[in-house]
Structures are given as structure tokens and as C-alpha cells.
Write a protein that binds this ligand. Structure first.
Ligand code: ATP
Ligand code: MG
Length: 426
């Protein structure tokens, strides 16, 4: 029978890889909790309308990337393509937005039916951060300071750059949209296919077209900047001042727009040049209108999401994963003979109590001494403990260094934990 395989674009993350994931997730958790952000966990499936009403009917995501299906009751459900909509729904549903501010984060898989390629998958993972109830540019700045700290922690600071822009209020974008469409109509035939389609549906997205021909046409196009409302201009200039004061480097990219309809005012992307065209590792912005649009009281908000696959790919590409990030054991306890099997299990337990934080693997499954030592070596352990019936009779154990030429030693059972403590600590 043909074997069943994983779905295209959806990856297994194997045991060799999970330490890197845990390392990155751990760093992010630590940074976020250091700023007082609290974790929220939402379902992976939501009502389809939630995404249509938030992300926007004519965005790429809603038009062609969502995994939508009818469940057994005939309700239209969708695997979440991003986390903001669900986070807003949950926060509103449970009264988290009533008369208070919130700094929230979440992580988990997202689903988009895109063409799989390096850095672009159909199931991918994001860490998302959403802040509610704070209208000033200070919280926008905090998000960027926080991500800047994370890049430092991961050694990525020299490899990421920040682009920011202001896309103003919906009204400002509306008048700009008309001006842009008016200008681009004269060049309709020369635009790339995607941009021709967007001219009707979502003309602002044409600004970040990857086509050089389209970009050439855009050189003389009206500038969004000239259409911005006063409040957005003021918000943006105060944000820039805060970033300058905080020592955060950025460039203003007047063509930066985001693919989701709910953004307004501040938008930003952290980009790397080390991953080819899938170079955006973190993206976000302000979405002051979304809560109300989804039926809540008007509540200002700002947030971002970072793609974990891209972050990890970047760390690996740049060889920035620290050597200690692995699944290696510290101690491997072998057991030769029936009495030794039971003794090895209890010896391993006492080592785990006596060596907090150490990885102690107890050999299971029998086999010859040679094959047990082979497994000990493969476990990555620095020391093998040798325990057989002879050792049990004499109340001793053998301790064999696996990563150096030091000789094996025999020592009293009672001294093993303290000896290993010294050796592993050194
Ligand atoms: P892109 O322009 O690369 O398609 P996007 O604008 O669709 O990104 P967002 O919806 O803002 O991306 O998601 C935030 C981040 O999530 C992206 O910057 C990226 O790091 C990651 N991401 C988005 N889509 C994918 C995907 N299909 N596979 C892997 N990571 C993704
Ligand atoms: Mg996309």
C-alpha cells in the first residue's frame, strides 16, 4: 500500500530541530515577559467570517490562501491564517478590553495555501504580540525596542533592518487610493498581472509589487505621504523621535504597505537580506479600527507577528545557533545483567536528584556491553556510568569519559553524584 505522507507545505519538526525551536521560543518568551506581556492561547479554528471581516475580502489571504471548510453542522470554519483576528475576538469576548490596557502575546501554527518554497509554507508558526488601549506612539516604539532587544539576544542585530511607514487613516488612504488608481490607469497594460488585478481590488498593494517594471512606473506616482491626515503625520513624527532617542535604527519606506486591510497609521517590517525574497521576519503595525469593526467598543491597538521558520532559518544560515543548543545527554547509565537493570534505574533517579538540570539517560532494552556503549556515545553524553553485577557486589561503579582521552575510573557508588557534579560543572 502506498504510504501516506505529510501535506505539501506542512512540515514535521523533528527531534534534531526541536532544540533550536525551544531555544528561539525561550528567548522570545523571556524578552516578552520582561516587558510585562502576558500569553493568551486561542483556538486554531475560527468562524470564517472573523477573517473575512478583519483581514479584508479582497486581500490575498482571504481571496486565495485560506483553508476553509464546512464542519458537520454546516458552519463555515477556517484554519487561522494569522493570529490578530482571533486575539481580538478572544479579548473582546472575555472583557479584556473593557476600561483597561493589554499587552498580549501568543504563538502557534498558522495556515495559508501559498506556493511552498524556502521560508514560505502552508503551515507555519508565528509569535504574535498585540497591545490594546494605548493610542500614542510610545507603545509603537516599545514594540520596536522590544524586537530590537530580541535581535540582540539572538545575535541577529547586524543582520536585520527596520523599515517603517505611516499609511494614515482609512479616509486618507481612500483619497490616496483614488489618486493612485487615476495615475496607474494610464499604465494599466504595462503593470504586472498581479498589479493589474489589484488596480481594481486593492491598489495600495501595488506599491510593494516585486516587479521592476511596475516599480519603474511607480516612481512618478502620487505619494501616500502627501495624502496623510495631520494626526497620522504627527503620530509618525513622534514615533520617529522616540526611536531616535532609543537608538533604534530605521529607514522610512514610503512604499511600505501591508497585505492586511486592518492596518492604519504606523506599519513596519524587520527585514533580513540573508534569506532571499522571503526576507521579512517580523511585520506589524497599528490597527485602531479593528476592534470596533469586529463589533467591540472602539479600542486602539498595535501589534506584530514574527515568522518562526524564517527566524530559525536565518539563525541556521548565519550559523548563530549556540553549540549548547542540542539534545545531548550528559550522563548515560548502562546496565549489564538482571540485577543491574533495577539498580541502574534507581541510580539514574538519584543522579537526576543530585545533578539538577543534567540529562541522565538510563539504558533500556538490554543488549551487549558493546551495543550499550555505542548508544551511550550516540546520546552525546560526556560520561557513561558502567554498572554490572560485579559493580553491584562491590558497591562501586565505572565512570567512563566519552569525549576525552581520560581513563575510566572506578569509584564508590556513594561518590558518583558529587564526582559527576564536579566534572559536569567544570
Ligand atoms: P510575505 O510578504 O512574506 O508574504 P506577509 O505580509 O504575508 O508576508 P504577515 O501576514 O504580516 O506576512 O505575517 C507576519 C510574518 O509571518 C511574516 O513576516 C513572515 O515572517 C511570516 N509568514 C507569513 N507567511 C508565511 C508563510 N507562508 N510561511 C512562513 N512564514 C510566513
Ligand atoms: Mg503573504
Amino acid at each position: 500500500m502506498a504510504k501516506i505522507q505529510a501535506i505539501r507545505g506542512m512540515n514535521d519538526i523533528l527531534p534534531e530541530q526541536t532544540p533550536v525551536w525551544q531555544f528561539v521560543e525561550g528567548k522570545i518568551r523571556k524578552v516578552l515577559s520582561g516587558y510585562g506581556y502576558r500569553e493568551i492561547r486561542m483556538p486554531i479554528v475560527e468562524q470564517t467570517d472573523l477573517f473575512k471581516r478583519s483581514i479584508g475580502e479582497v486581500t490575498d489571504i482571504v481571496e486565495k490562501e485560506m483553508y476553509t471548510f464546512d464542519d458537520r453542522n454546516g458552519d463555515s470554519l477556517t484554519l487561522r491564517p494569522e493570529g490578530t483576528a482571533g486575539c481580538v475576538r478572544a479579548a473582546e469576548e472575555h472583557g479584556l478590553l473593557f476600561n483597561q490596557t493589554q499587552r498580549l502575546w501568543y504563538t502557534g501554527p498558522m495556515f495559508r495555501h501559498e506556493r511552498p518554497q524556502k521560508g514560505r509554507y502552508r503551515q507555519f508558526h508565528q509569535i504574535g504580540v498585540e497591545c490594546f488601549g494605548m493610542s500614542g506612539p510610545d507603545i509603537d516604539a516599545e514594540l520596536l525596542i522590544l524586537t530590537g532587544r530580541l535581535w540582540k539576544e539572538l545575535g541577529l542585530e547586524p543582520h536585520t533592518r527596520l523599515e517603517i511607514n505611516s499609511i494614515g487613516t482609512a479616509a486618507a488612504r481612500g483619497s490616496y487610493r483614488d489618486a493612485l488608481v487615476n495615475y496607474l490607469s494610464d499604465f494599466q497594460d504595462q503593470l504586472d498581472a498581479d498589479s493589474q488585478r489589484r488596480l481594481e481590488s486593492n491598489p495600495l498593494r501595488i506599491l510593494d509589487s516585486k516587479s521592476p517594471d511596475t516599480q519603474a512606473i511607480l516612481v512618478d506616482a502620487p505619494k501616500l505621504d502627501d495624502y496623510l491626515d495631520e494626526e497620522s503625520v504627527d503620530h509618525f513624527s513622534r514615533l520617529r523621535a522616540l526611536l531616535d532617542a532609543a537608538g533604534i535604527q530605521y529607514t522610512v519606506n514610503p512604499r511600505l504597505v501591508r497585505g492586511l486591510d486592518y492596518y492604519g497609521k504606523t506599519v513596519f517590517e524587520w527585514i533580513t537580506d540573508s534569506l532571499g525574497s522571503q526576507g521579512t521576519v517580523c511585520a506589524g503595525g497599528r490597527y485602531d479600527g479593528l476592534v470596533e469593526q469586529l463589533g467591540g467598543k472602539p479600542t486602539v491597538a498595535v501589534g506584530f507577528a514574527m515568522g518562526l521558520e524564517r527566524l530559525i532559518l536565518l539563525l541556521e544560515t548565519l550559523d548563530l545557533v549556540p553549540a549548547h543548543v542540542n539534545n545531548d545527554a550528559d550522563v548515560y547509565v548502562t546496565a549489564m545483567g538482571d540485577r543491574a537493570v533495577s539498580a541502574a534505574l534507581s541510580l539514574s533517579e538519584s543522579l537526576r536528584s543530585g545533578l539538577p538540570g543534567a540529562v541522565v539517560v538510563s539504558h533500556c532494552g538490554g543488549g551487549s556491553f558493546k551495543s550499550q556503549m555505542k548508544k551511550a556515545d550516540r546520546s552525546g553524553a560526556r560520561y557513561a556510568v558502567i554498572l554490572g553485577d560485579n559493580e553491584i557486589d562491590s558497591g562501586t561503579v565505572g565512570l567512563k569519559p566519552l569525549r576525552s582521552d581520560e581513563a575510566q575510573q572506578e569509584l564508590p557508588l556513594a561518590e558518583l553524584a558529587s564526582t559527576l557534579n564536579t566534572l559536569l560543572g567544570a
